[in-house]
Each structure stands twice: as structure tokens, then as C-alpha cells.
Design a protein around this ligand. Structure first.
Ligand code: ZN
Ligand code: ZN
Ligand code: FE
Length: 754
């Protein structure tokens, strides 16, 4: 039966080759009608036999362009009009700015093929790209996305490139960064004295030679510079760590292809899918016996990724070893993106600098992902993902700016039914960090022509972001809304899973400002709309020395022992005590006893730290998350036992008492793998115990601790088997990098009724 459909598609569907795709699909199926862009996405009208239209809809979702994202499809049946053919219609508002800015996309297979074809005019050209691939976010100066508004403005297209650019049938139709060896950017190689050593193909050749010889080369990539060096050479890694002042934090490794990667790492089908996705993130993978151990000291996993720019492919294709590809910066500083900056800073880190004259306009660090329960979990969301929006199933009534937290900062803007998170900004502690945050924020607001009507921040009075939000809203006379840290974590999880009724939220992280003056981080919150009740938490312990306790797991372990045994702890035969100097031990005891700079905390992250010190695997954190990462690698799935666990009631809350567990871990004679596994099992059991007491069907997991693979997998297993529905985060990081999404939702819920 002949019918007519009107299909409205909402999502990321503009500038991704969606209309040509629809056109081709219509041609193949012999469907008549039209397709056009519209303010909220793409509109299609088609007429054909109902069976064929169903097929059309099916293929529309299944075969959509790789860069597109369909959020919602609305299909309406309308009276027949008798279309004669299928056409791409001019948009009603061609001048209208589409707010979709795409992330940078890894080189596609077609471009790769051309790049290694000696007869192609872009043979070995490191800046080859097309509509399906190439830089976007990092080269856009402003909207609309046209060549003159990008970093490509300075390169005048040659005749051949222009022909491709204006031909609707060409793969490079309106590909803004289109270029070739005659008209586009080119490479230059410098030594660290600033002398030019080579250019173009010669620079590339020389770079591979240098890497073979063990030199460290700074390579300008898509979202910033990398420092590259031979990953199989221990001396190179030593040198790199020394220069970067990065003692133990894992270094990422780039492999030339999947085949080479599989020699070094074990990968699951899901991990393979993520590695090969157009975003090409770093994926944490098991197995690195064949690589020097100080690539990731104390860990079984490494951050592995594949080439994502043509330049990476060209560098790696002539090497028979993987390379370290770590961000080009001193530890804790933003990644370098400008050539001038590289000459100032990277000359101290690298022996040579491989640069080019296509400007990077904003930085985008490599994204980092871990696969848990066959799902990708973000550790860092930046290149390849930012600024793709997170869609909400309702319209926001205001333009909301959420400034995010202090650590692993991202900020977010909320408008219409979208929340757009910034790329990873990083920790905001120093004046320079704050300047960088401000710069990134200003850039984002200009890019999206975004003027907030309300600003949201964390409740922590000393977060630089909170203070910034206070100043900003005062100046602009805007309302400022403050959200409790762990509530924002749970709301972030609810937002991406589109759950807006009552949930039990388990927010476990390192630290967050609690409403009662203690440091929270092991929280169970019943959340309904904007309101929440803290219904349970981990038993308190002391962070002796405050911030210092975060850096030194041994202090937390000591605090737990003191909590258990008081002064007597110091006389017990506990191995941990031997690593303290006598004087230090007494000093710490005094601080604990008198509560000098020793706030109470219920942090689960710190509990992980404490365990790592108690079992003797890590006493000092050289980087954030070191202890939990070590423990994660010690987990043994075969171990199903628990430690005994007590839940007691205090002031209307359940307190999860870790004391029997700590006692057993301290004095037990089991191997450390068993202790670690039982510890994690016990934490998962605690979640089940609390969930059973409240009987709320939906349970949301968030916070940095919820990046722990065995823990999340155990929690999911235990709770699902009792009929609970467990939700965690796969679109934004569960750590503080995803917090700004929750902050936006908090304000967004203001106008919804529950
Ligand atoms: Zn391409
Ligand atoms: Zn050209
Ligand atoms: Fe947090």
C-alpha cells in the first residue's frame, strides 16, 4: 500500500554527509520525496509502499554516516501528494547556524588508501582528509563552519582541490580542511636549538630515523603536541620521565595497527571496537610483558591507541616498534598546541620538533577509555568526543552554564535539549590553571554564541571554579546555584541514562565537600528530582594532614588503625608501622588525637588508598588514582569470598563499618591478591546490603571509584541478581570530568514537575 511518511530526525545530523546518504538510500530503494536540513536536524518526506518505507527506516538507522548521531526519530503518516522524484531540498534557513560542531575524526579508510597509493596526488601527504574524517573542533575559529572560519583560511585551495570541494558527488564536497601537497600545510623538522633540519617528505623520513635511533621527538598532532619515543627502549622511557618530571604515571603507547597491538596486548571484541572507532581514544588494555615495565610501573595495563592522523600513520608505518605518545607538556601543565609555545617549552623535553603550519586553535587531549561490563567507560573525554552533545528528553527552559569541579574539570553549557560538555580542561589549582580555564570557557561561549542566564557550581567554597562563578555572576548580575558534589555525580548518571524518577545513588569518589563539614566520598543518596537524602555512608576516619593524606595512603591506613585500636595500635606487630620513622609516627598520632588539620571523611577512594598501604603495595600516590589502579590489577575474579561487614544505624543513617574488614586485612595471612579481591567483593556486598534496605529499583553508580572495573562488575552482578536495575556512566566520565552534566541537570530540573 502506498503511503507517505514525514520523518524528523533530531541529533548530530548536519555537516556529516547525512543528506547525500539519505539521497542515495532513497535512490537505491526507489523512494520518492525530499530531504532537507532544519533547525533541529533533518527532515525527510517519502512516499512508497509501506514495506519499503519500513526498510528505509531500518536502513536509515543501521547505515547512517559514521559521524552522525541519531537521538530521536519522529515518524508521522501524512496524506499522499505524489512526489515525482527524490531531491535534496534547499534548507528553509540556509543562513541559520547549526550548533553542531563535530569532534576531530580519525583518518578514514578511503583517505588511508589514497595516502599510500603512489599514483594518487596526495601520496604520503600528512594532511589528507575528507568529509568523513579529519580535524574539526580543533580548527574551527567560529561558526558557521566554513573554510574562512577555520585554521585552513590561510591556505588557498588549488584548482584540483577546489574542484573536489564544490562537487556534490565528491567525497570532499565541502570538506573544509581539504588540502593537497601543492596548496596545503606542510611539515618542518627542527632540532631543539630551533634550527630547521628538514621539511616536507624529508622531515618525515628524518623523524622515523630519529625515533629508530632513540631520540625523543615532539610531534604536532590534532589536539596538541605529543612527545614520541621508542616504546621498546627502556633508556628512552627513563629519559622521557626525567625530562617530563613524571615519575610513575603511566605513558600511553601508540601502535601502528591492530596487528602490532595484539602482539603486546590482550583485547576483547568491545575493546577492539572502541580502539577502532572514529574517535580513536586511548584504551586501557591488559598485558604488557613485552614492553619495559616502567611504561606503567606497578600496573598490568597500559594505555594503548592507534594512529588517528595521517601524520601518525606515516610516522609509524616505517617503524617496527610501537612508540610512546604522551602529551607534550611538563606534568600538570596544559598540552602545548602552538608552534611558538613549542619552541619555548618542548625544546627542554624533546630532541627534535616535528611541526607544521596548520594551526591548532584549541586543545583536545587524547580521550581515555576503559571497558567495563562490555561498555566503554570514560576516564577522560576530550579528542574525538568533545563537543558532541548529551541529549536530554526535555527542553531546558534557561541557558545554563555549569562550571564543573576543581579536579579533572570540564564545564558544560545547557541549551534546548542539549548539554555540551567542554573538552577535558584538567585540575584547576594554580593561577595558570585558572587562566587556562577562563580562556577555554571564553572560547566555548564565543564559539556557541552562548550567554548564560544562570550559573551552576559546586558547593565547595574553596574550589577555584566556585570562586570564579561567584565573581562572574556578581559582575553579570546572574543567579548562582550551588550543588552538592555527590548529588551532581548521581544527577550526571541520571541525565545520561534519562532517569528522572527516584533512584538510589551510590556516589563513591576521592573527596567532595559534604554538607556537614566532613569530607564525603562513600555516599548513598536517595535522589528524587532535585532533592536528596544521604541515607548511608562509609564509617568516618581521619585524613591526617588533610590534603597530605590524599597524597600519602600510608597516613589513611594509619588513621584506620588508630580508629580501631587507639594509641595501642602503635605497639601492635603491624608491618605498615615500620615504614614510618618513630618521630613521624608520634607526630601523626598527635595530629590524629587532637584532630589537628585532620578532617573526618567517609571517602571510598581513600579506603582504597588505605588498603594499598596496609598490604604494602603502595604508600605514596605519585599520581591521582595510583593505589586503586594497582589494586584493580591485583583483583582475582576467581575469589568470591567476603570479609564480614557491619551496618549500623546512627542519626537516621546506615553506617558501613569497615573495622572487621580492616582487622582481617591487617592481620590475615592470605595472599595480597585474595585480600584485594575480598575487599572489593565486600564493598560490592555493602552496596547490595544498602540497596536491599531501601528497595528502590533503580540504582545509579557514579564518582571516580566507579571506574574500578572489578568493583563495578561485582556491584552490577550482585544487584542485578536481586532484581535491581543498575545504571552507570558511559557517555561522560563517572569521575569529576562528568560532574558538570549533573550540575546542568540540577538546574534543568527546576522547571520539571515530579
Ligand atoms: Zn577521509
Ligand atoms: Zn590542493
Ligand atoms: Fe567527585
Amino acid at each position: 500500500m502506498l503511503i507517505r511518511y514525514r520523518i524528523e530526525i533530531n541529533g548530530v545530523v548536519q555537516g556529516v554527509g547525512f543528506r547525500p546518504f539519505v539521497y542515495n538510500l532513497a535512490q537505491t530503494l526507489g523512494v520518492k520525496g525530499f530531504v532537507k536540513n532544519d533547525l533541529s536536524g533533518v527532515i525527510i518526506e517519502i512516499e512508497e509502499d509501506s514495506k519499503i518505507l519500513e526498510l528505509f527506516l531500518k536502513k536509515l538507522e543501521e547505515e547512517k554516516p559514521p559521524l552522525s548521531q541519531i537521538y530521536k526519530i519522529k515518524v508521522k503518516e501524512l496524506p499522499l501528494v505524489g512526489f515525482k522524484n527524490f531531491v535534496i531540498e534547499k534548507s528553509t534557513q540556509d543562513k541559520e547556524i547549526s550548533l553542531d560542531i563535530l569532534p576531530d575524526v580519525a583518518t578514514c579508510e578511503y583517505c588511508l588508501k589514497e595516502m599510500i597509493d603512489p599514483h594518487d596526488r596526495r601520496y604520503l601527504y600528512p594532511f589528507i582528509n575528507c568529509t568523513l574524517c579529519g580535524p574539526r573542533f580543533t580548527i574551527i575559529e567560529k561558526l558557521p563552519y566554513d573554510r574562512e572560519n577555520t585554521a585552513m583560511r590561510v591556505f588557498e585551495m588549488c584548482k584540483d582541490c577546489y574542484k573536489e570541494y564544490v562537487d556534490p558527488k565528491d567525497r570532499r564536497f565541502h570538506a573544509q580542511p581539504v588540502a593537497c601537497p601543492y596548496c596545503g600545510p606542510y611539515l618542518e623538522l627542527f632540532d631543539n636549538q630551533g634550527n630547521k633540519v628538514a621539511e616536507k617528505e624529508e622531515a618525515l623520513k628524518k623523524t622515523t630515523e630519529l625515533l629508530k635511533e632513540g631520540y625523543i621527538v615532539a610531534v604536532k598532532g590534532i589536539g596538541g603536541f605529543h612527545l614520541m619515543g621508542k616504546a621498546t627502549d627502556a633508556k628512552v622511557i627513563d629519559l622521557l620521565r626525567k625530562r617530563k618530571r613524571r615519575s610513575r604515571k603511566p605513558l600511553a603507547v601508540m601502535f601502528k595497527n591492530l596487528e602490532q597491538l595484539k602482539i603486546y596486548c590482550k583485547i576483547s571484541p568491545e575493546e577492539e571496537r572502541v580502539l577502532l572507532s572514529p574517535a580513536r581514544p586511548i584504551v586501557l588494555l591488559e598485558g604488557r610483558e613485552l614492553l619495559p615495565s616502567h611504561i606503567a610501573p606497578g600496573l598490568k595495563r597500559i594505555g594503548a591507541f592507534l594512529p588517528y592522523s595521517p601524520l601518525h600513520h606515516l610516522i609509524l608505518q616505517n617503524l617496527d616498534f610501537p612508540v610512546i605518545a604522551t602529551s607534550g607538556n611538563f606534568s600538570d601543565e596544559p598540552i602545548v598546541i602552538k608552534n611558538e609555545e613549542a619552541f619555548k617549552k618542548l625544546i627542554y623535553l624533546a630532541d627534535y620538533l616535528l611541526m607544521h603550519n596548520r594551526e591548532i586553535l584549541r586543545r583536545a587531549d587524547d580521550s581515555v577509555i576503559k571497558v567495563i561490563n562490555q561498555n566503554p567507560i570514560f576516564i577522560r573525554r576530550a579528542r574525538g568526543y568533545a563537543p558532541l552533545p548529551i541529549f536530554l528528553p526535555f527542553q531546558l527552559k534557561e541557558r545554563i552554564l555549569a562550571v564543573g569541579p576543581r579536579d579533572k574539570n570540564t564545564f558544560a553549557i545547557g541549551l534546548e535539549n542539549k548539554v555540551i560538555l567542554s573538552q577535558h580542561v584538567g585540575d584547576i589549582e594554580t593561577v595558570e590553571d585558572l587562566e587556562d580555564f577562563e580562556k577555554t570557557l571564553k572560547d566555548f561561549m564565543e564559539l556557541y554564541k552562548f550567554e548564560p542566564e544562570v550559573v551552576v557550581c559546586d558547593k565547595h567554597p574553596f574550589y577555584e571554579t566556585t570562586k570564579w562563578a561567584e565573581r562572574f555572576t556578581l559582575e553579570r548580575e546572574l543567579p548562582l546555584v550551588k550543588v552538592q558534589h555527590h548529588l551532581a555525580h548521581i544527577l550526571s548518571c541520571m541525565a545520561e541514562n534519562e532517569i528522572f524518577d527516584e533512584v538510589l545513588g551510590i556516589a563513591w569518589d576521592g573527596t567532595g565537600y559534604g554538607e556537614d563539614g566532613t569530607v564525603w566520598g562513600g555516599e548513598f543518596l536517595v535522589v528524587k528530582g532535585k532533592t536528596y537524602h544521604r541515607v548511608a555512608h562509609l564509617r568516618h576516619f581521619c585524613l591526617i594532614g588533610g590534603e597530605k593524606a590524599i597524597k600519602e595512603p600510608k597516613r589513611v591506613a594509619l588513621a584506620l588503625l588508630l580508629e580501631l585500636y587507639g594509641e595501642k595500635a602503635l605497639e601492635k606487630p603491624i608491618p605498615l608501622l615500620k615504614i614510618f620513622e618513630k618521630k613521624e609516627l608520634l607526630l601523626l598520632y598527635k595530629a590524629w588525637e587532637k584532630r589537628i588539620n585532620s578532617p573526618l571523611s567517609s571517602s571510598c577512594g581513600r579506603l582504597f588508598d588505605a588498603i594499598s598501604a596496609l598490604i604494602g603495595v603502595n604508600y605514596i600516590n605519585h599520581y591521582e588514582g595510583e593505589s586503586p589502579m594497582i589494586l584493580e590489577d591485583l583483583f582475582d575474579y576467581e575469589v568470591k569470598d567476603f570479609y564480614s561487614l557491619e551496618l549500623y544505624h546512627e542519626k537516621g543513617k546506615y553506617i558501613i563499618d569497615w573495622s572487621p574488614m580492616i582487622e582481617a586485612i591487617t592481620f590475615g595471612k592470605e595472599p595480597i591478591q585474595v585480600k584485594v579481591s575480598k575487599f572489593i567483593n565486600t564493598l560490592a556486598k555493602a552496596c547490595l546490603e544498602v540497596a536491599l534496605r531501601f528497595g528502590i529499583e533503580k540504582v545509579c553508580l557514579s564518582g571516580g571509584v566507579m571506574m574500578n572495573k572489578p568493583l563495578v562488575e561485582r556491584i552490577t552482578e550482585f544487584l542485578s541478581s536481586e532484581g535491581f536495575k543498575v545504571f552507570y556512566q558511559t557517555k561522560v566520565p563517572p569521575n569529576d570530568g562528568g560532574l558538570s552534566l549533573g550540575q546542568v541537570l540540577y538546574q534543568g530540573l527546576e522547571f520539571l514537575n515530579f
